[in-house]
Design a protein. Structure first.
Length: 184
């Protein structure tokens, strides 16, 4: 007889070489206990930091990559004298390094896979402008298995925004695993 059902959230994490947490995925499972003690609940792992490498999986088991948020440039200056951020906004550029670790090539648009999130939880998607921070990824980016590619993704955010984290997911952002790096 089932005395009660408790919803348990499991967090899967992959660790980098420094032991920091790297992946945020959730799976829900029903437990058959009538009570759950706080000590039984999994604790949140320490977030990855900019510079850490996160092993990510795509929807297809052959699509895996080690992704590093290398650096964040805030503010980033436009590479074009004619293209500027909208009034009251500025560019932020995040450099990613992607190593295709699976059986298939990484063949995606990294800008579609990335976003930045501010301290209020507001997410900002990519802007296709290039900045003086460095070269952007080619569209699409193709990286052979075992090879590595590096490039910047640009975001346009309101002035005064305090960014909290950078996120990246394979399958052009549709993978159920999301790598997350704490800024600062």
């Amino acid at each position: 007889m089932l005395l009660g059902a408790t919803l348990v959230t499991l967090t899967a994490t992959a660790c980098n070489s420094t032991g920091g947490a790297s992946v945020s995925t959730e799976a829900k499972q029903t437990a058959s206990a009538s009570t759950t003690k706080a000590a039984d609940a999994p604790h949140a792992p320490a977030p990855a930091k900019v510079g850490d490498t996160i092993a990510l999986k795509g929807m297809d088991k052959g699509n895996t990559a080690d992704v590093t948020a290398v650096k964040v440039v805030d503010p980033a200056e436009s590479a074009s004298e004619y293209l500027k951020p909208a009034d009251g906004k500025h560019y932020v550029a995040v450099q990613f390094q992607i190593k295709a670790t699976g059986a298939q090539a990484y063949s995606e648009v990294p800008a579609s896979s990335a976003k930045v999130v501010d301290t209020q939880g507001q997410a900002y998607g990519p802007n296709l402008e290039e900045t003086k921070a460095g070269p952007a990824f080619q569209t699409p980016t193709n990286i052979a298995p075992g090879d590595t590619g590096k490039g910047f993704v640009t975001f346009e955010v309101p002035d005064g925004t305090k960014l909290d984290k950078v996120q990246f997911a394979l399958d052009n952002g549709f993978s159920q695993q999301t790598g997350q790096w704490k800024i600062g």
